[in-house]
Design a protein around this ligand. Structure first.
Ligand code: IPD
Ligand code: CA
Ligand code: CA
Length: 273
């Protein structure tokens, strides 16, 4: 967090991983700072970092999933929706999580820190948080995201964006999946979905949503695991209503042969979910 805060008002050094997939020197520096602490205190744990990949002991029950900067495009533009996201998994299940959201923008940067532990509730800057109790799609606000690959799943989500914009109060697209999900936990939006996120995008925020009383599944309604390629999180009350619209096009993608098998799971790591 300190690494990112120190960089928000400085010029960026931007590189490209893909046509629109940016990476800055802050992504790397933030990950190194996190790795230093994790390796010092948990030398026998396994680590999966977005920038550095897999390191540590693959036979460990514990896996750290680290997104050193979620919402890099926003960070590169000083647009206020990015975060540092860290979770620890026990045999595949998140048990503790922290997301630091950077808010405010130029001349007024600040942070909101979300934490959760399995069975221990979810908190934002020390205050216990809960999902909203809205029970009508027509009165709900949603948020979604679009990955860097403009494939069939991306096109399907453009259609979902259009459909939900028509039937709800609106769909936002802020550009940092971990932040979007924490906003569901905070009760300021009712649901979030996205195809093709990676474990480091989701591992911390899904626990924060669940501990705030929300629900997490895949976009076809199946049981969720952080290695899955789709996620739907909601306040729980609206989950089935969201699935009524989101699940059929997702099943169509699956039937058309689109690859929804789990990915980015370290080879030797044993996950029980
Ligand atoms: C991205 C953000 C974005 C989402 C992309 C992610 P990154 O993460 O979470 O909101 O739409 O799918 O890859 O690349 O900024 O860490
Ligand atoms: Ca990310
Ligand atoms: Ca990232």
């Amino acid at each position: 967090m300190q690494v990112v805060m120190a960089a928000v008002d400085k010029p960026r050094s931007v590189d490209y991983k893909g046509a629109t997939d940016l990476v800055t020197d802050t992504d790397g520096r933030s990950e190194l700072a996190i790795l230093e602490v994790v390796r010092k205190y948990f030398p026998d744990h396994l680590i999966l970092g977005e920038e550095g990949g897999v390191s540590g002991d693959e036979s460990s029950d514990y896996l750290w999933c680290i997104d050193p900067l979620d919402g890099t495009t926003n960070f590169a533009h000083s647009y206020p929706s990015f975060a540092v996201s860290i979770a620890i998994l026990l045999r595949g299940k998140p048990i503790a999580a922290s997301v630091v959201e950077f808010v405010g923008g130029p001349f007024c940067w600040d942070t909101r820190t979300y934490i959760a532990s399995a069975g221990g509730g979810a908190f934002c800057n020390g205050n216990q948080i809960h999902v909203s109790n809205k029970d009508e799609v027509e009165r709900a606000l949603f948020v979604t995201g679009f990955g860097y690959e403009h494939d069939e799943a991306w096109a399907t989500n453009i259609d979902l964006f259009k459909e939900f914009t028509d039937v709800s109060r609106g769909v936002r697209r802020l550009g940092a999946a971990a932040v979007d999900m924490c906003h569901v936990a905070l009760g300021i939006v009712e649901g979030f979905w996205e195809y093709r996120l990676k474990p480091w995008d989701m591992a911390a925020a899904v626990l924060i949503v669940e501990e705030a009383g929300g629900k997490v599944t895949r976009m076809d309604g199946g049981d969720f695991c952080v290695f899955d390629r789709s996620v739907l999180v909601s306040n729980g009350i609206l989950h089935e209503k969201l699935l009524d619209r989101i699940s059929p096009p997702t099943e169509k993608l699956i039937n058309d042969g689109f690859d929804f098998s789990q990915w980015y799971k370290p080879t030797g790591y044993v996950s029980e979910v």
